[in-house]
Design a binder for this molecule. Structure first.
Ligand code: PSU
Ligand code: MN
Length: 305
């Protein structure tokens, strides 16, 4: 599999500089225009300001790209034919010269091949509600377990079953830390109410732990949850009410599969009077601020070996 790496990203990796991989499904399918491209570019800016080089990943006419240009990002944000590419979709996308946005799982595959060690997103895919009925467990979870990167997100997508997702990450052997807090975040809201064992105090701490694991589990990843704090975070009761309404309408209307996430996101948007999108943008930026710090510490820890 060949990957087109931008000159800037290639050079940064070669020189051992901090690099942060970014998934693009959230740009193409997770946010409306023009918020999506504005946020994608703002996140890249935040990473640069924090001393890290951004590497947005995607598919452009069948080429896997690590380090999308602004024009390429813009295309993924606006083109209606952009597919949502999970790992299993790469072969078809290459053969059929498709353009696509990569999910967390697909982005991790590309980033690992390029030697990148930190990955930032909004929220990961998780275990869906009523998993016993639908077996819907995101391919993001096994990908995080088997890719040697730290994935940084505000938890899982808000309408997933967060408790079940934490159980799945335990089964898969993924260490789960939370940034300067004791409870796992809940995407739009600061806390899911679920306690975790590992409170991460600093970027240096997680970098050292990541490095300590490399010998023992060279192919394994880690997850760092970053809570969105007030005033940007939505009150938990508001998140709960909006999600319950959205899930109920989804069932009533018989919406399933790939249509589920866009439907839920737009319903939650309506139910919160647009506040969910504001929180979504804020949490991605927040994750990028922490991600830059972690990438800088990870790059330094590599030099210390
Ligand atoms: N979180 C969001 N919006 C999104 C995603 C996550 O708020 O669009 C995307 C990410 O790219 C993630 C993917 O990898 O959804 C997971 O999709 P699924 O649940 O189908 O595995
Ligand atoms: Mn799914």
């Amino acid at each position: 599999m060949s990957i087109r790496i931008s000159d800037e990203v290639r050079q940064a990796i070669a020189e051992g500089k901090p690099v942060v991989a970014l998934e693009t499904t959230i740009v193409a399918h997770g946010m409306p225009e023009p918020t999506n491209i504005e946020t994608a570019l703002a996140v890249e800016g935040i990473l640069r300001d924090g001393g890290a080089i951004p590497a947005s990943v995607g598919l452009i006419e069948g080429d896997i790209v690590c380090g999308l240009s602004e024009a390429e990002l813009d295309r993924l944000a606006h083109d209606q034919h952009v597919v949502k590419a999970q790992e299993r979709d790469f072969g078809r996308a290459i053969r059929n010269r498709l353009s696509g946005a990569t999910t967390v799982g697909a982005t991790l595959l590309v980033a690992a091949r390029c030697g990148i060690e930190v990955h930032v997103t909004g929220g990961i895919g998780g275990v869906a509600p009523e998993v016993g009925m639908n077996l819907d467990i995101s391919a993001d979870l096994p990908a995080i377990a088997r890719s040697p990167l730290i994935t940084i997100a505000a938890g899982t997508k808000a309408f997933m079953d967060t408790a079940a997702t934490l159980e799945a990450m335990e089964t898969l052997g993924v260490p789960v830390g939370v940034w300067q807090a004791d409870e796992f975040p809940w995407f739009y809201s600061t806390s899911s109410g679920l306690k975790v064992e590992w409170r991460v105090e600093s970027a240096q701490e997680i970098a050292e732990i990541f490095r300590a694991e490399r010998d023992l589990r060279p192919g394994a990843g880690m997850f760092l949850g970053v809570p969105l704090l007030p005033p940007d975070a939505l009150p938990a009761a508001q998140t709960r009410a909006a999600i319950d309404t959205a899930l109920r309408r989804m069932r009533e209307q018989g919406i399933t599969g790939k249509a589920a996430t866009p439907f839920l996101l737009s319903t939650i948007f309506e139910e919160t009077g647009g506040a969910s999108l504001t929180a979504n943008v804020a949490l991605i930026k927040n994750n990028a601020r922490v991600g830059a710090q972690v990438a800088v510490a990870v790059a330094q820890s590599r030099l210390a070996i």
